[in-house]
Design a protein around this ligand. Sequence first.
Ligand code: 4AD
Ligand code: MG
Length: 431
Amino acid sequence: MKKISINQMPSHIGEEVKLGAWLANKRSSGKIAFLQLRDGTGFVQGVVVKADVGEEIFQLAKSLTQESSIYVTGTVTEDTRNSFGCEIQVSSIEVLSLAEDFPITPKEHGTEFLMDNRHVWLRSRKQHAIMKIRNEIIRATYEFFNDEGFVKMDPPILTGSAPEGTSELFATKYFDEDAFLSQSGQLYMEAAAMAMGKVFSFGPTFRAEKSKTRRHLIEFWMIEPEMAFVEFNESLEVQENYVSYIVQSVLKNCKLELERLGRDTSKLEAIQAPFPRITYDDAIEFLHEKGFDDIQWGDDFGAPHETAIAEAYDKPVFITHYPVGIKPFYMQPHPERDDVVLCADLIAPEGYGEIIGGSERIYDYDLLKQRIKEHNLDESAYAWYLELRKYGTVPHSGFGLGLERTVAWISGAEHVRESIPFPRLLNRLYP
Ligand code: 4AD
Ligand code: MG
């Protein structure tokens, strides 16, 4: 008999098959038992009818505990009442392991309890759906950048430099030297772009940030494209096309998951390039009109500011041309103003905050050298980065998209801790 997975069932209607599954839930009466089965590829209902299977198998079905692992044999039938479209009429059950009392039951649990049980919380329907959406975003990312002619290049994780400022670094020993866990692969990606033209990376990044918000992780995954001969506005076009592509891919390939999460998909359908752009100057004026008196020109935006700006649009919005003082050392100055730089943050709708930070990079040797000095960075650690400006320097731009914030937004999760398998948070290294 053919052993198949749950997601293959729709093409086996009428056939007798074998499934390996866990029991997610069950309900039963004296004559019939309904087993909610899951195998990682999906969820399906198994129907056990006492009159068909006999007393022994029926009692076995009734005795199964939540998360017991079993082999189920039966006939796949069509069932138009559920969105998956089929179920299995069980003829026999083989128990692999009868599970002990499973900590996560269908009742409500507190967040800390769920986080302590993350290793098994991942099995629940909602978490499963979010992980499938995360996977689809990663898949669509590789597809988009490969189709656009980008080359995947992997920057190191152990580094000697700090692209985004020195205050949030995880220091570690590298034999006798001091090293840091990468907070962004950008500087290495600039070197890679000078070799390959258009490149992208996808990897873990680390921020020793003492932030405890629904948007901050200590370890998060970032997609960092970098493009030679691409100027600021051209980079914005790549960003809006990329974000539209991943949203549309999730809509197309994760219908069941979005439905399971109760996500309002009409909001996602509207996510099509181009995206609106607003300058930092205009954003400050807008906030003042909205009654935010706490913010002055030169200040960085907080979450309430970003949310107020985002609420004015039904698509992600680029905030462009931030003051030089609140952005990293490597950003290209505005050609006509020395107080702002050629950068943009992309703010997601519905209060999910900044999902992309990007800019054109300084390509003039002397200016970059001056900036490294002004920011009190150790020049010897950046010598190689500065040297890139000696050998055929060109205008270039790039950006970083935070995967977990993007997953949280698209899936409608309330916190980034649910958009990564094992979140690293302030005070949480377990499990
Ligand atoms: O704005 P950031 O710090 O930009 C950079 O690191 C650039 N070097 C990227 C580049 O140009 N190649 O981070 C980029 C994105 C943010 O927009 C946000 O989505 C995410 O990374 N991010 C975080 N996500 C979760 N937790 C945190 N602590 C994050 N910090 C940044
Ligand atoms: Mg940023």
